[in-house]
Design a protein around this ligand. Structure first.
Ligand code: GDP
Ligand code: GDP
Length: 433
């Protein structure tokens, strides 16, 4: 999927536009899980063309000086990662020195850059906007993110500029992405897996400029590894930006079937890792959590157990996820990690017969029917799995709108107990029948 980045100095209205563009979709996709979401990454679509949208604002912290430096880095990174760049300025403030700095960065880019003049709320502002020709970026799109004026034209032009995404590798091999914050041990993990051995069939700089797809074929496992580690080599930016690891992970996650979230045991399941985890969950990908550097942790009787409980608490309500304690250094459980990812892959592609589903689920529903709401009784008649690439179930009933999230969670849990969807987000929908 194509990536569109919104760049620009603070306060021009990036998040306002971002929220406007993702709103409709987010309401649909997040109704099921109800989890917190990253405010800076979402999906949007226009005339049937879907794209990922990244808002580069808001990650930067610090004093003004640091702030400017951070913005430069974020813009550079966004430029690297995105397919189309929306460079936003605003007609209220006119051209500022910082706009000129950003313009300098984007002028060098070979990719489509669209100059967006925001806060054009009225006719006077239309006039004011002319001065943005001075940025040397040619024509601009004037919009008002607050009332939506001009956003339709902007989107028409935007989707025209999206590259045609041909599905690069049509081969049916499972795709596993290795993601996590810097220094967690991702490269070491991948090196330990593929090392010097001759089992790697090809090494294609595949789908994108950045993520490398390596075909892996060994011990009876065959899959494509999507490696984000390689991207870092050319980076000069400070590594510990939340923004940075999220940006790097977006594309890898979108291309993967199963995401291996690697974390450094000594650092725990911190904010950055959580972001990456939820990114994978929201994209409905299979997930395995790999707690690496387990050799560095002083162990007592219950250390692993307690650690696991701590992680599960962080990922609630989606706790049905494998957690593996590994040490790449000691080559401990690295194959177990792969084995588990393969199992999760299978769980994700699992198709359950309608007859079997109903045989198991209907008695459970009868035992514990949806609670009545406003005197209405919901009668669930049957359930079927939808023919999608990841598990989605439709429960057909008389009054779908009267079924609340807790009951859907009950249904999800029963599906998990009976059919094993470990590591896989499961969607439950109520449909009218
Ligand atoms: P960001 O820092 O670039 O993400 O900017 P925000 O989206 O947070 O917007 C900064 C301020 O500008 C907020 O107070 C918004 O309400 C306001 N704003 C955003 N878009 C418009 C617009 O089209 N017209 C006007 N008048 N104000 C806007
Ligand atoms: P990446 O940034 O996620 O790719 O992390 P690297 O693979 O570059 O690893 C970062 C550092 O952690 C390196 O110094 C590795 O040698 C070290 N490291 C990786 N795995 C382990 C492990 O299992 N145990 C210990 N003690 N160190 C490790």
């Amino acid at each position: 999927m194509s990536i569109v980045a919104i760049v620009g100095r603070p306060n021009v209205g990036k998040s306002t536009l971002f929220n406007r563009l993702i709103q409709r979709r987010e309401a649909i996709t997040d109704a099921v899980s109800g989890v917190t979401r990253d405010r800076h990454y979402g999906k949007s679509d226009w005339n049937g063309r879907e794209f990922s949208l990244i808002d580069t604002g808001g990650y930067a912290i610090g004093t003004d000086d640091v702030f400017e430096a951070e913005i430069d880095k974020q813009v550079e990174l966004a430029i690297d990662e995105a397919d189309v760049i929306l460079f936003m300025v605003n007609a209220e403030d006119g051209v500022t020195a910082m706009d000129e700095d950003v313009a300098k960065l984007v002028r060098r880019v070979k990719k489509p850059v669209m100059l967006v003049v925001n806060k054009v709320d009225n006719h006077q502002r239309e006039q004011d906007a002319y001065e943005f020709y001075n940025l040397g970026l040619g024509d601009y799109y004037s919009i008002s993110s607050i009332n939506g004026n001009g956003t339709g034209d902007l989107l028409d032009a935007l989707v025209d500029k999206l590259p045609d995404t041909v599905e690069e590798d049509n081969e049916e091999l499972p795709k596993f992405a290795v993601v996590g914050r810097p220094n967690a041990g991702k490269s070491s993990f991948i090196n330990a897996l593929i090392g010097e051995d001759r089992y790697i069939v090809t090494d294609i700089a595949g789908t994108t400029r950045d993520s490398i797809h390596t075909r892996y074929n060994r011990f009876g496992f065959e899959f494509n590894l999507i490696d984000t580690a390689g991207i870092r080599r050319k980076k000069k930016v400070k590594e510990d930006l939340e923004f940075y690891s999220v940006m790097r992970s977006v594309r890898a996650i979108e291309h993967a079937d199963v995401v291996m979230v690697v974390l450094d045991a000594t650092r725990g399941f911190d904010g950055q890792v959580q972001n990456i985890f939820w990114l994978a969950e929201r994209n409905r990908k299979g997930i395995v959590i790999l707690v690496n550097k387990w050799d560095l942790v002083d162990k007592e009787t219950n250390t692993a157990k307690e650690y696991e409980a701590m992680v599960r608490e962080q990922i609630a309500p989606f706790t049905d996820v494998p957690i593996i304690f590994m040490s790449v250094l000691n080559k401990q459980r690295i194959y177990k990690a792969i084995e588990t990812a393969v199992e999760v892959y299978k769980n994700r592609s699992k198709k359950i017969k309608t007859s079997k589903l109903n045989e198991v689920m209907l008695p459970l529903i009868e035992q514990y029917p949806p609670p009545s709401l406003k005197g209405k009784f919901v009668k669930i008649k049957y359930v079927m799995q939808l023919p999608t690439s990841q598990p989605q179930f439709a429960f057909f009933c008389n009054l779908p709108q009267y079924v609340r999230d807790p009951y859907k969670r009950y249904l999800e849990n029963k599906l998990r107990e009976n059919f094993d969807f470990t590591g896989v987000p499961v969607s439950v929908y109520m449909r009218k029948k």
